[in-house]
Design a protein around this ligand. Structure first.
Ligand code: SD4
Length: 291
């Protein structure tokens, strides 16, 4: 039997998994753990793909997507949220304090402000400079593995064996204004079923959304696949499409099942999962398809 609690996250985010584990160790639940873990990356201005300091869209606006799911299958998400750093916490408020699942744009922002979140400028000098440099050529091309540290998807199983997950991102750098990715779409960027397991995605959100990736991984686990096998099958759905141009983009999945088994897989090399279990907080390189 696996030793609980466990927390896993996309990419190299040991500070975030450490925060989540601190909460789990104190007997906290998986929902609090994933929220607090994601907040570490949202507040980290150096991370240019999440929260404050995230790279903007083509017009220079930083717009955030986030989602969260609890052990009861409740979910909340925000899309195209501006000026609020902790998108994951706004998503949690949508889940807990509204009759809705998803709030967008200005409505999401006003809701956040009404809940006491502070409005601030999320475009840091470094991200502004990067955007200005990008504007010179203004070529839009998805970048494979931005700085090995990207959208954060986090899954946890607490000492009671209950699972929750969260996902937060500033989305693809230099996306079109108004673009929403997979991260806030329940079943695409994130899915949790407390009877079976959970999955989170990173990479080119359009490809994840087209295959409803995280829901697919959880359903494959329901049918008996291990988390590793389920992630591999979900990647194979993307790369084996007729005319798939998978050589030009990355997608990565992480998954966790009720037994505490974990897995991760991606299209290209250098995707990684951070895993904290049994006092060990480590970055694990994912196996990948394109060898
Ligand atoms: C998106 N999936 O908005 C996110 C971005 C991401 O690695 O994960 N980049 O499409």
């Amino acid at each position: 039997k696996a030793s609980l609690p466990i927390v896993i996250a996309t990419w190299h985010v040991e500070n975030a998994t450490a925060k989540a584990m601190e909460i789990l160790k104190e007997g906290g639940n998986a929902l609090d753990a994933v929220e607090q873990g994601c907040r570490i990356e949202e507040a980290n201005e150096k991370g240019q793909t999440v929260g404050k300091g995230g790279l903007p869209d083509r017009e220079g606006n930083v717009t955030l997507d986030a989602s969260i799911m609890d052990k009861h299958g409740n979910c909340g998400s925000v899309v195209y949220l501006q000026n609020i750093t902790h998108a994951v916490s706004v998503a949690r408020k949508v889940m807990e304090d509204t009759p809705h699942v998803m709030l967008a744009g200005e409505g999401a922002k006003q809701f956040a402000i009404s809940k006491g979140f502070k409005s601030e400028n999320l475009l840091t000098e470094a991200s502004k400079k990067a955007w200005e440099k990008w504007k010179i050529e203004a070529k839009y091309k998805p970048i494979i593995n931005i700085e090995n540290h990207d959208t954060i998807g986090m899954l946890a199983i607490d000492k009671n064996g209950d699972i929750s997950g969260a996902c937060t991102t500033s989305g693809l750098a230099y996306k079109m204004g108004g673009r929403v990715g997979d991260s806030p779409i329940i079943g695409s960027g994130l899915f949790v079923d407390n009877e079976i397991g959970a999955c989170a995605a990173t990479g080119l959100g359009e490809e994840v959304a087209k295959t409803v990736g995280s829901f697919l991984v959880v359903e494959l686990m329901r049918q008996g696949k291990s988390p590793q096998e389920a992630c591999e099958e979900a990647i194979s759905r993307i790369v084996n499409k007729p005319n798939s141009n998978y050589k030009n983009f990355q997608v990565g999945y992480i998954a966790l099942n009720k037994k505490g088994e974990t897995g991760s897989y991606s299209i290209h090399q250098w995707f990684s999962m951070t895993k904290f279990q049994d006092g060990k907080n480590e970055q694990i390189q994912s196996d990948y398809y394109n060898k």
